[in-house]
Design a protein around this ligand. Structure first.
Ligand SMILES: [Zn+2]
Length: 190
């Protein structure tokens, strides 16, 4: 799985600029940065312990999106195949005012410090359930970005398999530098 290659973790020139409609993401400069005990060990342990619950939340929101969402349009289907989605027929899309996040308000504040500020998030991919912010839902780049995450879920084999890997990467390297996120940005921009 080459998306774990160390050379994909290096900071990009400016990954934020590609999502021109969103405010810039905040992420620490990792060039001389050590995650330390808090992000390197304690928070990953907390994520590990919380994983069954996060997985349950993700499964419920995915199920709701599959029930209420629309299937992919032809052009979106082609984009899904291009970025490696094996089952585009399973994908459903829903547009919402505000992207949902698990947990309580104080957890969202911590998440915002990692770069997961929900006001800055244009979309959320929960395997085959893709949730897009209504004002950004028509942008093919954002759709393609979330479809790359769908392909990543398929490669990881389960909701929790992907979410664990993704959250650990975000903790250690910051949202913008996580290898799975970098892959999504690289494959979704023309
Ligand atoms: Zn992403």
């Amino acid at each position: 799985m080459d998306y774990n290659r160390a050379d994909m973790i290096q900071p990009a020139a400016s990954p934020d600029k590609k999502l021109t409609q969103l405010p810039p993401m905040t992420s620490p400069d990792i060039s001389s940065w050590n995650p330390g005990p808090w992000r390197g060990w304690l928070l990953p342990a907390a994520v590990y312990v919380a994983m069954p619950w996060v997985g349950w939340w993700a499964w419920r929101v995915e199920r709701r999106t599959l029930r209420d969402g629309r299937p992919l349009f032809t052009s979106e289907w082609a984009a899904a195949v291009r970025v490696g989605v094996r089952h585009p027929e399973k994908v459903r899309i829903i547009a919402v005012e505000e992207i949902p996040m698990p947990g309580l308000g104080w957890m969202h504040l911590i998440a915002a410090r990692w770069g997961f500020d929900r006001r800055n998030i244009g979309g959320l991919c929960l395997r085959y359930g893709i949730i897009l912010r209504r004002d950004l839902a028509a942008q093919p780049v954002i759709m393609a970005h979330e479809l790359v995450h769908t392909a990543q879920y398929e490669r990881h084999g389960s909701l929790t398999g992907f979410l664990r890997a993704y959250l650990f990467q975000c903790l250690r390297h910051g949202y913008c530098n996580a290898a799975l996120e970098r892959e999504a940005v690289a494959k979704s921009t023309p």
